[in-house]
Design a protein around this ligand. Structure first.
Ligand SMILES: Cc1cc2nc3c(=O)[nH]c(=O)nc-3n(C[C@H](O)[C@H](O)[C@H](O)COP(=O)(O)OP(=O)(O)OC[C@H]3O[C@@H](n4cnc5c(N)ncnc54)[C@H](O)[C@@H]3O)c2cc1C
Length: 376
């Protein structure tokens, strides 16, 4: 695709940085599993933990398209680092930037942007994932603050967080209308990281379970307004899906990179040449959808359908492209020497996190019908 000069330059520099600084540690993280701490530190030093936030708040003041490109390039060489960056920015920081008070923004965003700690998003619970309106964590208002009880599951980077956006219900009888979001500092008594998951892939990304036991948070820790939590996390997830699309695009590109390197000085059969061409086309189509969603977001318009397009297509492309690359190259492609073997395992999360493929299809079908009705 043709990109404006500023993006061509940004991407070229991003690629060079990722190859030089992020890629060398990727295999080690995959094989031995420690959290990608040094890579996160390198992102922080480059300003990449706050790409889309204004400079006054410590960000880089760049647009969402640049941010999506950065996540793509990081994930192309190390998906664990890409997911950590995407979750921190789109889930852990965006809601504070978009819905926080001036006081909350000035307190938290500069720290998050410079990487003083990671920001995370606690929505999913043991009995509430796709049906996020069914969360069971509760918040009770008192004169001293809100007392939160409950638990959260599969929370990215939770063991390394300084703040967590916690969704809890002030009144469970109200269903989704009872939900409120809170900014919780992880040093708060009653906050506990209960366990860490061992996963199929993304070995360098932390995924943990959180427990809140009579956790008292101040009255001014409400994000936005009381009872407005459902709208806040739904809008947060929309933007998050662009970064998950970019993360998947990076892994799909990794499959294509591996094929290009492998077939560069080898004779290809007709089937191998078809496989290479098909992967190249699908990766480009995924890129168009991801960049399109990012560009629309940059205009300030809400983009649920386009975000769902980007996430659904890029995640299924990443899984498919890694499989095709492995089939075309042969058994060597599943050894630890080949980055596509790692990407094949890492890519599965793309079809699950921030809404499964089934949920994306439900959003798309609903939006398409609504648009058709409105245009009649
Ligand atoms: C590595 C990892 C990192 C994550 N990070 C975070 C995070 O930082 N913060 C956070 O809050 N959550 C996080 N999650 C949770 C993730 O968003 C949920 O796993 C996801 O939304 C699916 O929810 P669930 O696991 O409860 O599955 P379920 O909702 O139980 O779904 C199980 C299956 O049923 C299908 N299904 C469910 N409902 C329907 C329906 N109505 N129609 C058709 N099919 C349906 C789903 O598509 C899926 O295939 C993470 C998950 C993983 C694996």
């Amino acid at each position: 695709m043709i990109l404006a000069d500023q993006y061509v330059r940004f991407k070229r520099e991003a690629r060079a940085f990722c190859r030089e600084v992020i890629e060398p540690r990727a295999t080690m993280h995959d094989l031995t599993g420690p959290f990608v701490k040094e890579n996160v530190q390198a992102l922080a030093e480059r300003g990449w933990l706050g790409i889309p936030w204004p400079k006054e708040l410590g960000g880089m003041g760049l647009d969402y398209q640049s941010y999506a490109m950065a996540v793509e390039e990081v994930s192309r060489v190390c998906a664990s680092t890409g997911l950590t960056m995407a979750a921190h920015t789109s889930l852990g920081t965006y809601p504070i930037y978009k819905f926080g008070s001036t006081e909350q923004k000035e307190k938290y965003i500069p720290r998050l942007a410079r990487g003083a700690y990671l920001g995370v998003f606690g929505l999913t619970e043991p009995n509430a994932g796709s049906d996020a309106a069914g969360i069971e964590s509760t918040a009770r208002k008192t004169e001293q603050g809100y007392v939160i009880n409950g638990s959260k599951r599969f929370i990215t980077s939770a063991s390394y967080a300084g703040t967590v956006i916690v969704a809890a219900s002030l009144d469970r009888k109200l269903g989704r209308k009872g939900i409120t979001c809170f900014i919780v500092e992880t040093a708060t008594p009653g906050f506990k990281v209960a366990s860490v998951e061992h996963k199929l892939g993304l070995k360098g990304s932390d995924t943990a379970e959180l427990v809140f036991e009579d956790m008292l948070v101040p009255l001014n820790s409400v994000l936005g307004k009381e009872y407005d939590g459902y709208r806040i996390f739904m809008e947060t997830l929309d933007g998050g899906r662009i970064s998950i699309g970019a993360f998947c695009l990076g892994m799909a590109q990794c499959a294509l990179d591996t094929m290009i390197t492998w077939f560069n000085d080898r004779e290809m059969t007709q089937l191998q040449s078809k496989a290479l061409a098909d992967v190249a086309v699908q990766v480009e189509a995924a890129r168009l959808l991801v960049y399109n969603a990012a560009q629309i977001k940059d205009t300030g318009v809400r983009v649920d359908k386009e975000c769902a397009f980007a996430k659904l297509f890029a995640s299924e492309t990443a899984m498919w492209a890694c499989g095709v690359a492995i089939d075309a190259i042969g058994p060597l492609a599943i050894t630890d020497d080949m980055p596509v073997a790692r990407a094949y395992r890492d890519a599965k999360l793309g079809e699950i996190g921030e809404g499964t493929s089934e949920v994306m299809r439900m959003i798309i079908a609903k939006d398409v019908l609504k648009e058709a009705k409105e245009s009649c």
